[in-house]
Design a protein around this ligand. Structure first.
Ligand SMILES: Nc1ncnc2c1ncn2[C@@H]1O[C@H](COP(=O)(O)OP(=O)(O)OP(=O)(O)O)[C@@H](O)[C@H]1O
Length: 305
């Protein structure tokens, strides 16, 4: 695997506020990497540093393995959409792309029509920008990123504010760019479920710290079923579970609630174990973990650190 984006001990401070804590982060070729974090987590700041729009306070960015002066050449292989581009509302899609094509020195005029085709706007290329839906506007933004034929796209919250149809359009487009055009994608969102169906990797950020980094399989694993128990004595239950099952994975939550992540098939046996040992089981249920809750749970956990 080759690394497209890498940061080494990257930090960014605004006055006294440390918006990015020493961050070691990478995106590998072929990934659709989702950066998930609430508003203010530091996603846009990280993307702006990657794009060279702002300078880091310390640390290093590498693109395609290059840093320092050599990075400028590699930046041409990247397409950044950090804020929605300032398109002219009364211009058509073609007129808007033409403006930016000239500004960016892209010689090949045909490329405009190619990118409109790729993002599914070829039929609406003569419509004025202001008459586009939100999803179409975002797709035109992505078309603009594609003008220079990049190997990697970095998209900051392109799904934010879209309706269901718009979200599906962008997801379908991202999948196509990744699978057919072999473009590596780094994309941010504050809603995990928006990217769950499309990303291949999930990186969670809070207060400028990456606190979890999961493959698609690992995320799915986490959304599997779990046993949730409410008991009268969670400390005793924890001891009983540890003693009975060496490899058991469980969490002791507030209010004597315990969630067990494996041995789901032994739920009856676990119930009997607890009752036989004098534990009062007030509630015993098997449920699938809601990923949004899991993510929020992690946020709460890191709050308590
Ligand atoms: N130019 C700036 N000057 C001072 N503080 C800033 C600046 N830009 C961002 N911040 C602060 O840095 C923190 C991270 O902001 P950032 O925009 O990177 O977060 P985000 O995860 O992208 O969230 P959002 O989706 O709300 O943009 C916030 O507390 C924000 O107020």
């Amino acid at each position: 695997m080759s690394t497209i984006i890498q940061t080494r001990q990257l930090t960014k401070k605004y006055r006294e506020q440390e918006v990015l804590k020493p961050l070691d982060f990478s995106v590998e070729k072929g990934e659709i990497c989702a950066l998930i974090g609430k508003n203010g987590a530091g996603k846009s700041t990280l993307f702006k540093v990657l794009a060279g729009q702002i300078m880091p306070t310390s640390g290093e960015v590498l693109l395609f393995g290059k840093s320092g002066k050599e990075i400028e050449r590699e930046k041409k292989r990247m397409g950044f959409m950090i804020e929605t581009p300032a398109f002219f509302p009364d211009f058509t899609a073609v007129q808007n792309l033409e403006y930016f094509r000239i500004q960016r020195g892209v010689v090949d005029k045909k490329r405009m029509y190619e990118v409109l085709e790729i993002v599914g706007l070829a039929k609406e290329k003569k419509k004025r920008f202001k008459d586009y839906s939100m999803g179409m506007k975002q797709r035109l933004g992505i078309a603009l990123c594609l003008l220079s034929n990049p190997d990697c796209l970095v998209l900051d919250e392109p799904i934010n504010g879209l309706d269901v149809e718009g979200i599906i359009e962008i997801r379908t487009l991202l999948r196509k760019l990744n699978q057919e055009k072999h473009i590596t994608i780094l994309i941010s969102s504050h809603i995990l479920t928006e990217l769950k169906l499309v990303a291949t990797r999930f990186v969670f950020i809070k207060d400028g710290v990456i606190f979890d980094d999961l493959s698609k399989d690992a995320l799915e694993e986490k959304s599997r079923k779990q046993i949730v128990l409410t008991v009268d004595n969670s400390v005793k239950v924890a001891q009983l579970l540890d003693r009975a099952y060496g490899d058991i994975e469980f969490k002791v939550l507030p209010n004597h609630v315990i969630s067990i992540q494996n041995h789901i098939e032994s739920s009856g046996e676990i119930n009997r174990l607890l009752v036989d040992n004098g534990v009062m089981v007030k509630e015993f249920r098997i449920e699938a973990l809601n990923l949004e809750e899991y993510f929020l749970g992690l946020v709460e956990e890191s709050n308590n650190d």
